[in-house]
Structure formats: C-alpha cells, structure tokens
Design a protein around this ligand. Structure first.
Ligand SMILES: [Zn+2]
Length: 214
C-alpha cells in the first residue's frame, strides 16, 4: 500500500496523515522529518542537505529522492508507506514513478476562503501557547487568554496576506502534480471542508476500496 497525501497548508494534512498511518500500520514518510533527521545524524547525505538548508533551500530533486529512497527501503516500509510532502516537483514525481507505482494520491481539496477564515480568526496566547478562534472557539473574555490572562495576539503567520500567499504558492506548486497523477488515474479528491473525522472517513473509503479491487 503506497499512498501519497496532498493538502494545502492548514487543511489538517498532518493530522490525517497520522491517522492513516495508525489505521493501516504503515509509516508516514515526511520529507521535512527526513531532512531534519539526516541533518541531526550528520550522515554524508545529511551534511549535504544541511548545506542547502543553510542557504534557505530545500535541495535539488535528486538529493530529496535519494533520502526518500533510503527511507522506503527500510524493513518497516515493506507493507507500504504514506508519503507526506513528497513529491513536491514534477521532477520528483517522475523519479518516484521510476522507483515504484503509487496506489493513490489522496488530494485534500478545500476552498481557500475557508482556510483563510480558519487562519485569520486564530488568536494565540504569547505566554502559554493556548490557541483560540474568534468564531469557532472564542475565549470567554474577548482578547484575553482563559488559562493565564495574557492578551491574545494574531500571529504574523495567520495574517490574511501571509495565508493567501502561502496558499497561492501551494496551488502553483501542486497543480502540475495533481495533473500528472490525474492523467494516471491516481487522484482521489477528498472534500477537506468537513471536520477531521468526516475527512478521514472519506480517505478510509478510498483506501479500503483499493484492497478490494484486483
Ligand atoms: Zn495563556
């Protein structure tokens, strides 16, 4: 079972990936985690990666692909794996095609306005880290943290312009990938506007459907 998950920032992709990994007993292989681990372990590949990260770059496709290749050849990936944050470019997708045939790409689709509303309404406590939402989870006292009484702030990351920009980058980056996999008949669109459980249910339906087909 080889799964790929796509989803825009703040669409709950990380949570869904964790749930899938648990349910199906397959490791979640995340490019971000692999990069951090390689750097921390100072492997030859890790040191190379570090030199790119230090320049604020992710590193060339062949390096990333090598990291992924190393990871999925480990014994715990025998039953399959879930790729998260990979492939990120068409180059990487083509390398992955050479390596293996993925079963399905779970593509979380959410209207960007919904994601903007979720992010822009978020208020965080600078002191204790508690997170609220002015509409979905408002604090009892406006602008004040219920846990420690500090004044809540909107993080820069949650400002509308930043959020929209992040989403735009995601769309530009992912559109060609979605098209690549759609042509191969591998895309399963998942309605990400629902709650965590409803989104997960859709994914399970897709994945369970895979094992039933010959
Ligand atoms: Zn607080």
């Amino acid at each position: 079972m080889k799964l790929v998950i796509f989803g825009p920032p703040s669409a709950g992709k990380g949570t869904q990936a964790q749930k899938l990994s648990q349910k199906y007993g397959i490791p979640q292989v995340s490019t971000g985690d692999l990069l951090r681990k390689a750097v921390a372990e100072k492997t030859p590949l890790g040191l190379k990666v570090k030199s790119y990260l230090d320049q604020g770059r992710l590193g060339p496709d062949d390096l990333i692909v090598k990291l992924i290749q190393e990871r999925v050849s480990k014994p715990d990936c025998k039953k399959g794996y879930l790729l998260d944050g990979f492939p990120r470019t068409i180059g990487q997708a083509k390398e992955l095609d050479k390596m293996t045939e993925v079963d399905v790409v779970l593509n979380i689709v959410v209207d960007f306005d919904v994601l903007v509303e979720r992010a822009v309404g978020r208020r965080s406590c600078p002191k204790c880290g508690a997170v609220y939402h002015i509409k979905f989870n408002p604090p009892a006292n406006k602008d004040t943290c219920e846990k420690c009484g500090s004044r809540l702030v909107q993080r820069d990351d949650d400002k509308e312009e930043t959020v929209r920009n992040r989403l735009k980058v995601y769309r530009e980056q992912t559109a060609p990938l979605v098209e690549h996999y759609r042509k191969k008949g591998k895309i399963a669109d998942i309605d990400g506007s629902k709650g965590i459980d409803a989104v997960f249910e859709q994914m399970v339906k897709v994945v369970d459907g895979l094992s039933r087909s010959p």
